[in-house]
Write a protein that binds this ligand. Sequence first.
Ligand code: G3P
Ligand code: MG
Length: 257
Amino acid sequence: MGPGGPERFERTGIMTKNFAHRGYSGKYPENTMLAFRKAVEAGADGIELDVQLTRDGEPVILHDEQVDRTTDGTGWVKDLTLAELRKLDASYLYAGQYGLNPVPTLREYCEFIRDLPVITNIEMKTGVFEYPGMEKKVWDMIREYRLEEKVIISSFNHYTILRMRELAPALKYGFLSETWIIDAGKYCHEHGVACYHPMFRSLTQEAVAELKQYGLEINTYTVNTEEDVRDLAAKGIDAVIGNFPEMARDVLASLQS
Ligand code: G3P
Ligand code: MG
């Protein structure tokens, strides 16, 4: 583990963690094994990634419901078999720079992360298609790789979260929100969800106070500037999820001195 690892926080008392959004996506192709490896090398405490299902039911890591933006292919993830998807190059903006970067399977990621002291924030990408059965497939994989203590499951689709919690009540869950929710702490608390994952601009002092009143863990996205990392650390936010984990690591380290 690099200088940004979890042990740093134990030594210093600074609580804010540094999660890499879609891996180290500010410098490498998002949601690829390269971006995940680089995030770990950059000292990220956690990695956020997006999961969907292929036509033949394999959990794969990709943000958009269509492959068009981030790969050299076209079409919906849900309409492609794993074999078809794996032929694509997900290097997109970085095509040719880092060789071929296939769309990772969740299994491939789990193999990589299983023994590393890194948290994985699995975002269930069920906002457009609900991918029936995905909750069980993801849970089975978490169990197989013994990742129970090292995952946070989040989704913009809060029904997905409640369904998965039925299967796996001991895991940590978070409601994602891209808007300014009133009484978000109360809402999460009433649904028995431990984490709130809002877009960071909605985290006013008042909102943070309300969330803390309910004891919620606050993990916020997408935090890409030094100023915002500082501001959120000062507010006592639990984790900043951003595209530049090396920058966030350095800013958080500088706050200790
Ligand atoms: O999980 C945080 C963040 O990834 C949510 O938004 O669209 O980047 O998946 P998005
Ligand atoms: Mg995401």
